[in-house]
Design a binder for this molecule. Sequence first.
Ligand code: ADP
Length: 454
Amino acid sequence: MTGRTGPVPLLQMVLRVEHDIFVVRQRGREVAAGVGLEHQDQVRMATALSEVARDLLRATGGADVTFSLADDAVDGRRHLRVELAPVGPLPGGRYEPQSGAVARLVDSLGVVTGEGDTVVRMSRRVPVTAQPLTPEQLAELRAQLGRNAPGSALDELTVQNGQLIAALDEVRSQRDELAVLNEELAETNRGVMALYNQLTEELEETNRGVVALYAELDEKSAQLRAASESKSRFLANVSHELRAPVTAIIGLGRLLSDSASDPLTAEQARQVGLIRSSAADLLSLVNELLDLAKAESGRIEPDWAEVDLRPLFGQLRGTLRALATRPDVELVVEEPPVPATLRTDEVLLGQVLRNLLHNGLKFTEHGEVRLRAERRDDRWWLSVSDTGLGIAPEQHERIFEEFYQVPGKTRVGGTGLGLPYARRLVTLLGGTLEVSSEPGRGSTFTVSLPVGGA
Ligand code: ADP
């Protein structure tokens, strides 16, 4: 039930005979227009009113009709309210409109009982867009409604006919609009279907392209693999073949400079010395090439075993001391923390660490070169750090390329094959080899290996 706050009666009238139904309808529309209801709502209100009026006239012999404006307690909005107080008792004290659709024409329709009276009340919201009426305008509206003489039933019928025609027109135009909409919808559907088909085709086309691309990629990587294998094979063969003659040159050089041979002039001895040292360089290059080729072709099979780092570190300490000839550079091999074991190939790991330590000693003029082992989780971190020249960040990856040497001061001896080989070996052992370095502050090469092997 809706509450009411100070309804303002606008018009009162009586409903006693059939003709009054027309009058009630006509006045209802006038009041609705007066308070600002839209045209459609005026017709709805008037129609609902005439239906209810007819029902009450038949069931109770008539009613007193009051139009008023009321603020609804529930939604706080202004409503046009019509109360029809029946002159006789409502059958069963209830009211049901004959046509069920009537209730839908208004916002509320029902029986209200208050202060002993039973009235049928209907109401319709005044749109928010309607200007609220000032008290003066209300008084004026009330006066005007009071002045208007009710028209005849025929007048109301004419108006009603006009409304009916307008409503029919509207229905027709809505039907036409609906047909247009349906047509548009069908058109859109056709468009969507065409788009979908086109997309599907494009997708299939793209898929075919991708598949072809992958096939090409597979082929290219097979070619690449084959090329890399033949490069390794070539390197291995050439270096193997070179080893014998180079070793022979070294041997012959040694023989020539042997005290048991014919004595050489000083110049000859110097030249033989040059031949021997060049041959020794060549031999170490050939050996390194052979090692790398072997590692690349997968011909190195790690010999897995439980390795103790302590004897390995001891060995490195001993052999590399001979290379640490600079008085300002100290070689420090720390004792690894116990238990210092891991599953790996001792010989290969020894080669890697020796290589790194050797580099450290080569490129450090003051300070130290340090080997230390640290165990974290299930990995060993073996680091070789030095206080030498350091390496610029843009060279950090390049130094792992074959034959690459940082241009400038560090290009002293060497082949540029040591680090790529070391990284290959560490990969074979299931680990990684990384560098961190800053020019002028030194470098740290870190080998990380899983405790349990690859
Ligand atoms: P090589 O030592 O035979 O030249 P490597 O592959 O071992 O070849 O090293 C490649 C290059 O990386 C070296 O020529 C050098 O320029 C640089 N490099 C390697 N280790 C160090 C280091 N500890 N400090 C500074 N530069 C280094």
